[in-house]
Design a protein around this ligand. Structure first.
Ligand code: ZN
Length: 158
């Protein structure tokens, strides 16, 4: 195991990495996208079903990747369910800034107060800011669901 991964390993990441939530191919998920992070070799497919008001009714994924990418996809698919596309995008932006270590800056985005609990859950992944290569692992699932919703079937971190 690489040193940075070991240092990033927290109980929660380990658990999600080993037993990912929503790791399945739903029968009724009209939107999907493939996400590729060639630097690490992470490859995810994210499946989404939207309901009334662009609400995310289901989100699931399959794929292969490092523990960070799988744990992040597992948490992401849990967190976005029941949220609108706009809310998902705000969370993605705040999470991305957290991973980049930019959340304290003047231009920091803050997702709605009601999602503070979700950001607290995602905070276990914030250690990637010490390792720029790992930021792509942590954000791949979010890029991929974003692509699926906007009709891009393929997305790459490169
Ligand atoms: Zn990775």
């Amino acid at each position: 195991m690489e040193d940075d991964i070991r240092e990033l390993y927290q109980e929660v990441i380990l658990d999600h990495g080993k037993n990912p939530r929503n790791f399945r191919h739903p029968e009724d998920a009209p939107l999907e996208a493939h996400g590729n992070n060639p630097l690490c070799g992470d490859k995810l497919t994210v499946y989404v079903r939207l309901g009334d008001g662009e609400k995310i009714e289901d989100a699931a994924f399959e794929g292969k990747g490092c523990a960070i990418s799988i744990a992040s996809a597992s948490m992401m698919t849990d967190i976005v369910r029941g949220k609108s596309v706009t809310e998902m995008e705000a969370l993605f932006e705040e999470f991305h800034q957290m991973c980049m270590g930019e959340e304290e800056g003047d231009n920091a985005v803050v997702a709605a107060e009601e999602f503070a609990d979700d950001m607290d859950k995602l905070r276990v992944l914030s250690g990637v800011k010490q390792y720029p290569m790992r930021v792509k692992c942590a954000t791949l699932a979010w890029h991929t669901i974003n692509a699926a919703i906007h009709g891009d079937t393929d997305t790459s971190t490169e």
